[in-house]
Design a protein around this ligand. Structure first.
Ligand code: ADP
Length: 406
């Protein structure tokens, strides 16, 4: 059976999921190589959640993304000898130009390189994975799916910063991220509550990375992320919205270097920075340290503030949807966040919330409250299948995953 491989390549991790193409797409295996270049460990699970592999490697065996791709490729070739039809990649930045997924060749790859300065921590690893396959298997179709695409086509005011226009022209814009998640969740909402999805909706993607998106008739009109992955909500280790004057202060008065400020804002801030304990909401909820409680209070407060801004952008609100690690799993956090949406008419059904039902609003609630698990990998697999189908007119007969790893 033909398969599609979805790859999400980060700076020190490689996530992947294999889908079989049958009547629709079927999940086969999902895995992750962590600690690339430090303490590499590969874990793979089957579609039923059963652990299929858990192997540690030496630092020298998996020293970079290329080596990780080879290890994963070898495992997949051995266990899934069928035909690989295409690889779909999560690519963080499609810049101002890419409004939808694209088939990648050398020219497109070169164009995507231009967006590295827009996402210096993520784009290079995303593109490195594409390049490895392009070099070894130029015949294998590869599709890039962007986190930014879903937000393209918004109003110019939503995309702008109030700095001279020449910066907008050269690409300093409010792009927004988490687009693949929003696209998937908006699609699911259409399936389960068509009328609601056609109205004014906020989706809250609350994971280690966190953002919210305002959708009108299923399309993004505003979001909390801006130019980079730092803006908007506080996150596990990222600061969220911050006065740019603070950055200037750190650089000029504190004498911090650019890389020290970058490290502080991306890796030592957010829930971890505020609590001084952990970036993980589970740990903070279980802690009786007042700093843990304060970090969670701050998170909930900022979600409420941003929800107000997004509701204003929509001119009202019909539904609020929770997704991602915190949004899908923590009834307590959902309850606390919903309390702050009370002025918008939100009322929670406590029983349905604690049982993680799809619809968790009480009958008297003025807005619908939903919990919809996200699936960015499935979204990428769908885009990949659509694109190879539309380019070739049919699903290609396929080629075996990196047969010649060289
Ligand atoms: P990402 O994909 O951005 O790395 P996820 O969407 O997987 O993140 O979310 C991971 C986060 O979700 C964890 O760091 C943790 O804070 C939170 N999380 C997961 N399960 C629970 C739970 N049962 N209760 C509270 N928080 C949870």
């Amino acid at each position: 059976m033909d398969t599609i491989l979805v790859v999400n390549a980060g700076s020190s991790s490689l996530k992947f999921e294999l889908f079989a193409i049958g009547e629709g797409l079927h999940k086969r295996v999902k895995g992750q190589m962590d600690g690339i270049g430090t303490s590499p460990r590969l874990r793979i699970k089957g579609s039923d959640g059963q652990l299929l592999a858990d192997t540690c490697y030496s630092q020298s065996d998996v020293s970079n993304a290329q080596a990780a791709m080879h290890v994963v490729g070898a495992w997949l070739r051995e266990t899934h000898p069928g035909k690989l039809a295409a690889v779909g990649h999560r690519v963080v930045h499609g810049g101002p130009d890419y409004m939808r997924p694209v088939m990648v060749d050398r020219d497109v790859l070169e164009q995507l390189e231009r967006y590295v300065p827009l996402a210096p921590l993520h784009q290079p690893s995303n593109l490195a994975a594409i390049r490895v396959i392009l070099e070894r298997r130029p015949d294998l179709p590869q599709v890039a799916c962007f986190d930014t695409s879903f937000h393209r086509g918004r109003s110019l005011v939503a995309d702008h910063y109030a700095i001279p226009e020449r910066f907008f022209v050269e690409g300093v814009r409010r792009y927004g991220l988490h687009g693949l998640s929003y696209e998937y969740v908006a699609g699911r909402l259409r399936e389960v509550a068509r009328d609601v999805a056609a109205g004014r909706v906020i989706i809250a993607h609350l994971g280690n990375g966190a953002s919210m998106c305002a959708l009108s008739k299923g399309r993004s009109v505003e979001t909390t992320f801006g130019f980079s992955a730092l803006d908007g909500l506080p996150m596990g280790t990222r600061c969220g919205q911050i006065d740019p004057g603070v950055i200037l202060y750190l650089l000029t008065e504190k004498g911090m270097s650019v890389s020290q400020v970058q490290e502080l804002l991306y890796h030592d801030s957010g829930l971890k920075g505020l609590s001084g304990i952990s970036n993980d909401v589970r740990v903070l909820l279980a802690s009786d340290d007042p700093c843990a409680a304060f970090a969670l209070d701050y998170f909930v407060y900022r979600i409420g503030l941003h929800a107000g801004a997004l509701a204003a952008a929509l001119g009202g609100l019909d539904a609020f949807v929770f997704t991602a690690g915190i949004g899908e799993n923590s009834a307590e956090m959902r309850a606390r966040i919903t309390k702050n949406l009370g002025w918008l008419g939100a009322r929670l059904d406590l029983g349905r919330n604690s049982n993680h039902h799809l619809c968790i609003s009480a009958p008297e609630s003025r807005i619908g409250l939903y919990v919809i698990p996200t699936d960015e990998e499935l979204m990428i697999a769908r885009h990949t299948l659509d694109l190879i189908g539309s380019v070739t007119g049919s699903i290609p007969s396929g080629v075996t995953w990196m047969q010649d790893p060289g």
